[in-house]
Design a binder for this molecule. Structure first.
Ligand SMILES: *Cc1c(COP(=O)(O)O)cnc(C)c1O
Length: 504
């Protein structure tokens, strides 16, 4: 790996903007075109005769520009943004790892990229083969018995998983009423439980950031459907007593759901199926290196133990006697479909390419590197930033702004100052049980040189917070815009250019 210079170059672009920054509409001049059509050499059609009143009479208000002006406009806009392809993106809980280009190449192979979801199964055997192989790899990695690849994201996987929990309890005669969720959980967990008709009951973490077994035992009863547990937790802490957690739940007929978004810390080392988990989801767009962010397609497969298999969404992939594969819709206990067609197939291809390119040893190494990198950052920063939980870190480390806050510098200020140093901010103010949290996840992708640059930046900012706190509190200073009114931007988003705005 080479030392990244991306973000630092980007900083230069930002501080020395080019002259020619007017927006497309302002640059528009009547008659300019990005194309030239040859003269018409067929009889002209009377559009109105053909389409009647559907023919537009007024001119669309589109900017008129040359091709190079358009290209420069969009390319310039792209340099005002930040990307994983430009530098480190240490967003804890999000696992922003590098997406190898080979995944992209494979997913764009003509036979795969052009496969239509309405193809008959007999023409789609290649895609079905890929789905089957990915299913088997993921079952091997998780130690579970059955899987669906349908859900389109992590939260959608949670929804599907809790539907399985509900369907199973219903088959036992009582759907039960509540789901327990630790206070360190990702916000999607309580949202999922509520949307599946359950009451959410909060479970307080102990001083190590783990589950308090006594509190759990006191809280689980005959109305508890499941515990939703993220392991390692959003504090980056592995739940050492997970076996006992599972035993306590199972003794009362409750199930253990694992939010597997943090599998980047476990793949190749331990398997949830071996430590008592009944059902879990994976985020292919986190752990298995398919792109995410910006609302792109994700994938949240759900894996379960065999007693939950009858409830999996339809259709389920099966192998026929002649060796071909097909979709089985005849599953009377299924919770039904959760997604159209096969799921986000492009993500399956990318994830499988990643898994096969790494192999078991490579995946294990990836996990070890991710954990090593997080702990390297922890060691190099723990003298300057408060570490609220001393429990060993897994793939991410959570500091707090306690020391800097004494000078009025908050986690959000430190994050914004990081932008001036050429880094994307870490995750701010999450998990909620750490006031002023700085949640940092470097992933395995970063080189020692890049980690050191990040550490240097964080150390400089800690010094600035002491000596020149105003500098940090008013950051970023190098971007095109600095502090936005975040509430107004969310409540009153202006997403479309309108002529009235042109004077602003
Ligand atoms: C990202 C994440 C989710 C939600 O996944 P999406 O794909 O964003 O819906 C759930 N739980 C945890 C712990 C996560 O990190």
């Amino acid at each position: 790996m080479t030392q990244s210079t991306g973000p630092h170059t980007l900083g230069k672009v930002r501080t020395h903007p080019t002259q020619n920054e007017a927006l497309l509409f302002e640059k528009s001049a009547p008659g300019k075109r990005a194309y030239k059509m040859p003269p018409l050499d067929v009889p002209a059609v009377d559009a109105e005769a053909l389409l009647g009143s559907a023919v537009r009479t007024d001119k669309a208000e589109l900017p008129e520009l040359s091709e190079i002006e358009i290209i420069r406009h969009f390319t310039r806009l792209s340099t005002w943004n930040y990307a994983i392809d430009l530098g480190m993106y240490p967003l804890g809980s999000c696992t922003m790892k590098y997406n190898p280009r080979v995944n992209e190449a494979v997913s764009r192979l003509e036979g795969l990229a052009d496969a239509h979801p309405y193809r008959p199964e007999s023409w789609a055997q290649g895609v079905l083969e890929i789905i089957d192989l990915l299913e088997r790899c993921l079952l091997d990695i998780t130690g579970m018995d059955a899987i669906t690849l349908q859900p389109a994201a992590g939260a959608h996987g949670e929804f599907t998983g809790i539907l399985l929990v509900r369907a199973w309890h219903e088959s036992q005669g009582n759907p039960r009423r509540k789901i327990l969720i630790p206070d360190s959980a990702h916000g999607t967990n309580p949202a999922t439980a509520a949307i599946c008709g359950y009451q959410v009951e909060n479970l307080k973490s102990n001083s190590d950031g783990g589950i308090d077994l006594e509190a759990l035992a006191a809280q689980v009863d005959e109305e508890t459907a499941a515990l939703m547990l993220t392991n390692p937790s959003t504090l980056g802490v592995f739940e050492n007593e997970i076996h006992r957690v599972a035993d306590i739940l199972h003794a009362r007929g409750a199930l253990l759901y694992m939010d597997g978004a943090n599998m980047n810390a476990l793949v190749g080392k331990v398997r949830p199926g071996d430590f008592g988990v009944d059902v879990m989801h994976l985020n292919l767009h986190k752990t298995f290196s398919t792109p995410h962010g910006g609302g792109g397609p994700g994938s949240g497969p759900v894996a379960c133990k065999s007693f939950l298999e009858p409830f999996l969404p339809i259709p389920v992939l099966v192998q026929n006697q002649n060796g071909t594969k097909s979709w089985d819709y005849n599953r009377p206990q299924s919770v039904g479909r959760v997604r159209a067609f096969y799921g986000n197939t492009g993500m399956f291809i990318r994830a499988l390419a990643y898994i096969l390119a790494n192999g078991p040893d490579g995946l294990r190494q990836t996990t070890e590197d991710a954990v090593l990198n997080a702990n390297y950052i922890r060691k190099k920063l723990e003298d300057l930033y408060e570490l609220p939980y001393k429990t060993p870190s897994m793939h991410e480390v959570v500091f707090s702004d306690k020391r800097q806050a004494a000078k009025g510098v908050k986690t959000g200020d430190i994050a914004k100052r990081l932008i001036d140093y050429g880094f994307h901010p870490y995750t701010v103010s999450f998990p909620l049980i750490v006031p002023g949290a700085l949640m940092i996840e470097p992933t395995e992708s970063e080189s020692l040189e890049e980690l050191n640059l990040f550490i240097d930046a964080m150390r400089s900012i800690a010094r600035e917070a002491e000596e020149t706190p105003e500098l940090v509190k008013t950051a970023p200073h190098s971007t095109r815009v600095s502090r936005l009114d975040e509430v107004r931007a969310a409540r009153n988003p202006v997403l479309r250019w309108k002529r009235e705005n042109s004077s602003q």
